[in-house]
Design a protein around this ligand. Structure first.
Ligand SMILES: [Zn+2]
Length: 275
């Protein structure tokens, strides 16, 4: 006799029978016993069938199947799932101690705005974030994404020429040391206060404030903050977002981890590898 026929026999509708059987099977109540005992369904005064809450006692004294292993509690977040050194990895850590090979070009760049490219995986999360920010009064513009080694060299040289070496060291990576070369980093602008674009006052704009609170929901981290300057080696940049994917971003947010360096135990800081 099968469970289904037992339940039919007591007049239980088939859909409910399947549910009850599913509950029993999911709980591992019958183990490997080929002839499991019937589930004892109960009917409330309203006539609503409820699944049995205790394991049914086997009618015949067959040897007990080994008890199923207890369900593990919520597993710890696996921080080893992706490489932190492969420049194509979503979790690659690029900083002044960990450069990107000069010849590296991301494999799957797509256009996300006029003249701006990012990795294909980043584009939908960026679009969703820009769309979600608008009703909150944050008008995000997409200023800059992937930069080749050569572009970064030009950007850095321009900043150095305009603001001097010390300023450039704090705000602009030397070529080969920029996250922008991975195609996973994006600089966003303020539609409400464009005068604060790429400036420290960006953090106080509607866009900067919204990003600080919500970027993680879309798989991004504000890479350089007031709190992590020592470990990242960069002054705060509320506009520079790094995509790491929603699962890692949510983990970092929930655990209160302030930088990729701290999350993965990767050295960073203000000193360039090789001096
Ligand atoms: Zn940037």
């Amino acid at each position: 006799m099968t469970r289904r026929t037992v339940l039919r026999a007591v007049g239980v509708p088939l859909g409910v029978a399947a549910l009850v059987a599913g509950v029993g099977a999911a709980a591992g109540l019958w183990g490997a016993d080929p002839e499991p005992p019937p589930a004892v369904a109960t009917v409330s005064w309203e006539g609503v069938l409820t699944a049995p809450t205790t394991a049914p006692t086997p009618a015949d004294p067959t040897p007990e199947a080994p008890a199923p292993a207890p369900e593990p509690s919520a597993p710890a977040f696996d921080l080893t799932r992706h490489s932190t050194t492969d420049p194509t990895s979503p979790w690659v850590v690029v900083n002044k101690q960990h450069p990107v090979p000069a010849e590296h070009v991301p494999p799957d760049l797509v256009d996300v705005a006029p003249g701006v490219q990012l990795r294909a995986d980043v584009a939908p999360d960026l679009a969703a974030m820009v769309e979600a920010a608008a009703p909150a009064g944050a008008r995000l513009g997409v200023l800059s994404g992937y930069r080749s080694y050569r572009d970064q060299a030009a950007t850095r040289a321009a900043i150095e020429a305009r603001r001097g070496f010390e300023h450039a060291e704090r705000y602009s990576a030397r070529p080969g040391f920029s996250e922008h070369q991975t195609g996973l980093a994006v600089d966003l602008g303020s539609g409400t206060q464009p005068g604060c674009d790429l400036q420290s006052c960006f953090a106080q704009t509607a866009e900067g404030a919204w990003l600080a609170e919500h970027a993680w929901e879309f798989g991004f981290v504000v890479r350089y903050t007031e709190a992590n300057t020592e470990v990242t080696g960069y002054a705060p940049e509320g506009w520079h977002l790094r995509w790491v994917g929603r699962d890692l971003a949510a983990y970092l947010h929930g655990a209160g981890v302030g930088s990729l360096e701290e999350a993965f135990g990767v050295p960073g800081g203000p000193v360039y590898a090789g001096g």
